[in-house]
Write a protein that binds this ligand. Structure first.
Ligand code: PLP
Length: 484
């Protein structure tokens, strides 16, 4: 490190010396240590002081002149440009405030926490199963010059061959009959929820939600000023009879009620469609993890029973691939398409074209189906181990909510006065991460433990749940919450 007055140039590291001199001068100008109008030493003099070649200093000066921080006057020397005002230090606070409603939104959740020893987080697939090499090959192929015209803006609805592939796959695997024009490619379910709400829901409208239900859907609805009404679920799913008559939108997870588990019964499906027809309301069918079914019989979708165009069908690749790719889709009737596409364009434009094209290949070449077969086998094994523990060491404290699909198992506490959040906190202290059923419910009921097995290491499941059983057996660390 050499010093010239207060000009500090770090020449100790290897690399481009001209860049080091450039950075030091830029820093001095920006911080105000070199003031506008001040004359810089001649290149020869500064070079001698710094022990670098004159060309090195001249290159740094030229760059700063080109960027407008210095001006060179022929015969007079090089000066700090008048326009090069020092940058003010960053401000700390602000007197701006989010508009009402946003100040109460929960903070964004981040999954990038260290992986716990016994990982039963809900809704997380196993990224180790993801075929990275195949995916890299497909994306690389789509990034070749000429593969796509990336110099123009693309269709906000999504890459047409991907929409065609999705329409074909949905017809085959879910009985969802849709033309490619009815399919929109989104950044996950989350963006689809945002689009639907933005287009269909006005502030003050009633949105009915399953209770317990998916918090990130609830938060979207409230962020648009909707009045979210929690509606009970039982062992047949959403209790349709409890829907308020003036409901504008119903959010439901018919294949695998989130988070409790049962599918919406056939009778309730009919009742829900009937309700939607009578009250002219829309229904969001969030089909988030039905790729993972552990029975022979595939579950029908609500969309396939709807002949009035009231069901908006949402799907995601967050479970069947990985959430980090942010791929989802929305199937909506043609008359809503223009508004939904406009909303999509206004929010993110569209999903990156080359990765959409890679996903289209992944689906069309049968690679997704192959990945699902492998993943299903791995998850099936983990699920069996969780169920073994629920029927074994955990059975004194927890009761299983029967269900045949997805990546998690839900239980209720036999003692409904016990505090599930306290159990979760104490389990985490023992390296066992599970979730409290009450945390998905605005009423805080029912209480129970939800155990994801997507991300769990197979060998850690049985010992992890033995620890959970020990935690459940020990006395609570806090007095039980008062019953509501
Ligand atoms: C009920 C429900 N819907 C959808 C999703 C997927 O959301 P996204 O596609 O935004 O990742 C999840 C993920 O946990 C979920 O639990």
């Amino acid at each position: 490190m050499r010093e010239l007055g207060d000009l500090v140039v770090d020449l100790s590291t290897r690399g481009d010396r001209a860049t080091a001199v450039y950075r030091a001068l830029l820093d001095a100008v920006r911080s105000g240590r070199l003031e506008p109008g001040e004359r810089l030493p001649p290149t020869r003099a500064l070079a001698a002081d710094l022990g670098v070649s004159r060309t090195t200093v001249a290159t740094a000066y030229d760059r700063l002149v080109a960027e407008g921080f210095l001006t060179a006057r022929v015969g007079a020397g090089t000066f700090v440009a008048d326009a090069a005002r020092p940058v003010r230090p960053p401000r700390r606070g602000t007197d701006l405030a989010p508009r009402p409603g946003w100040d109460q939104q929960p903070h964004p959740t981040s999954g990038s926490t260290p992986k716990p020893a016994h990982d039963f987080r809900v809704g997380i697939p196993d990224a180790r199963l993801f075929p990275f090499d195949t995916w890299r090959r497909l994306v690389t192929a789509e990034l070749r010059v000429g593969a796509h015209d990336l110099g123009v803006y693309a269709d906000p609805a999504g890459y047409p061959p991907l929409r065609e592939a999705l329409a074909r796959q949905l017809a085959l695997s879910r009985g969802v009959t849709a033309t490619p024009d009815e399919v929109l490619v989104t950044h996950g379910t989350q963006q689809a929820l945002d689009l639907v709400t933005r287009v269909l829901v006005a502030p003050g409208d009633i949105v009915a939600m399953e209770e317990p239900g998916y918090p990130l859907a609830r938060d979207v609805f409230t962020s648009y000023g909707a009045r979210v009404v929690p509606v009970r679920v039982d062992d047949e799913g959403l209790v349709v009879d409890d829907l308020p008559p003036s409901t504008r939108l119903v959010f439901t997870t018919p294949s695998h009620q989130f988070p409790t588990g049962p599918p919406l019964s056939l009778e309730r499906r009919r009742a829900l469609l009937d309700f939607a027809g009578r009250h002219r309301c829309a229904v969001i069918e969030d089909d988030y993890d039905s790729e993972f079914r552990f029975t022979e019989r595939p579950l029908e979708t609500l969309h396939s029973m709807d002949d009035a165009g009231r069901v908006l069908y949402l799907g995601t690749f967050s479970k069947s691939l990985v959430p980090g790719l942010r791929f989802g889709y929305l199937v909506a009737p043609e008359p809503l398409q223009a508004a939904l596409r406009a909303a999509l364009q206004l929010s993110v434009g569209y999903v990156d074209v080359p990765v959409q094209a890679a996903l289209a290949r992944f689906l069309e070449d049968g690679l997704h189906a192959r990945h699902l077969r492998r993943a299903r086998a791995a998850y099936g094994e983990r699920r069996a181990l969780v169920l073994e523990a629920v029927h074994g060491p955990l059975s004194a404290h927890l009761e299983l909510v029967p269900c045949q699909a997805g990546l998690h198992v839900t239980t209720t506490l036999r003692d409904q006065e016990a505090d599930d959040t306290d159990v979760v906190r104490r389990a985490a202290e023992h390296g066992v991460v599970v979730e409290a059923l009450s945390s998905y419910a605005v009423t805080g009921r029912p209480r129970g433990i939800v155990m994801g097995y997507g991300a769990a290491v197979t060998e850690s499941i049985t010992p992890g749940l033995a620890r959970l059983a020990a935690v459940l057996g020990a006395a609570p660390s806090t007095p039980p919450r008062r019953p509501r």
